[in-house]
Design a protein around this ligand. Structure first.
Ligand SMILES: [Zn+2]
Ligand SMILES: [Zn+2]
Length: 251
């Protein structure tokens, strides 16, 4: 049975989580994880982002103290928003370079840069719920933006590809495979996770399983993801946070 040693996607009260960083670390230690990452939403998330990118640097100082107190590795990362069709994210390079882990994700509650793209890209995405033609167009735009973000920013993984913003999973898996970027199986959200796994297997892209916890009881709750990996017969070496995986973050 494949075992996971880390949960690299959690949200603290510095974005929209209910937990202090200490509560995240304590919950991860209780779960018996070796490693946990605090990965708050980027600052351009509407109402849910960190108040400024420098918050991640403050969190790093807290993380070092907590790691010692709880005898667990504590990473600080960001779940960056993709904020333009050309793949820009909302974490400046000087902060991104100091993070332990960078996640890139598409979210429909985001202020784009330039702001006009919120109207021309994000808003039609909402309207796409009512029109198949608009939906297909937005799928192309979302895919283009996420692929560009993978190439431009080299994230460790993309969060929940296909959740709320539809993408072509084959295109995402191809880009991930060529950049060594993982595709996330998010245990906290329902989207076409079987489709993500199938695309990753087809194109040889790494996978990662995380909780996306916003509450203490969800930290390290990865059972749903593990079941999906088992069902699709994913080899452990393709899963970054599996004990038998490549563990490339440690290198
Ligand atoms: Zn997300
Ligand atoms: Zn998240």
């Amino acid at each position: 049975m494949l075992q996971l040693y880390a949960d690299w996607h959690t949200h603290s009260c510095y974005s929209d989580g209910s937990m202090t960083p200490e509560q995240i670390v304590a919950a991860a230690a209780r779960r018996g994880l070796d490693e946990v990452a605090i990965t708050d939403h980027g600052p351009r998330g509407m109402f849910i982002g960190v108040r400024a990118a420098r918050v991640y640097l403050e969190l790093k100082e807290q993380a070092a103290r907590l790691a010692e107190r709880y005898s667990i590795r504590v990473l600080v990362g960001a779940e960056a928003n993709v904020v333009s069709l050309s793949g820009d994210i909302d974490i400046p390079d000087e902060v991104a370079g100091k993070l332990d882990i960078l996640i890139a994700g598409l979210h429909p509650q985001v202020w784009c840069k330039p702001v006009m793209q919120t109207l021309t890209w994000i808003l039609p995405g909402w309207l796409g719920r009512y029109s198949g033609r608009v939906r297909a167009m937005m799928r192309g735009a979302n895919t283009k933006a996420l692929v560009a973000a993978i190439y431009k920013n080299r994230p460790a993984f993309v969060s929940h590809p296909g959740l709320m913003m539809d993408v072509d999973l084959d295109e995402i898996a191809r880009a991930c495979s060529s950049r060594g970027c993982a595709m996330e199986i998010n245990a906290g959200h329902h989207y076409d996770r079987d489709g993500v796994i199938k695309a990753a297997l087809k194109w040889g892209a790494p996978l990662v399983v995380n909780s996306d916890a916003h509450y203490p009881e969800s930290v390290g709750e990865l059972a749903e993801g593990l079941a999906l990996l088992a069902k699709n017969r994913v080899p452990p070496e393709q899963v970054l946070n599996a004990r038998e995986g490549l563990n490339y973050l440690a290198n």
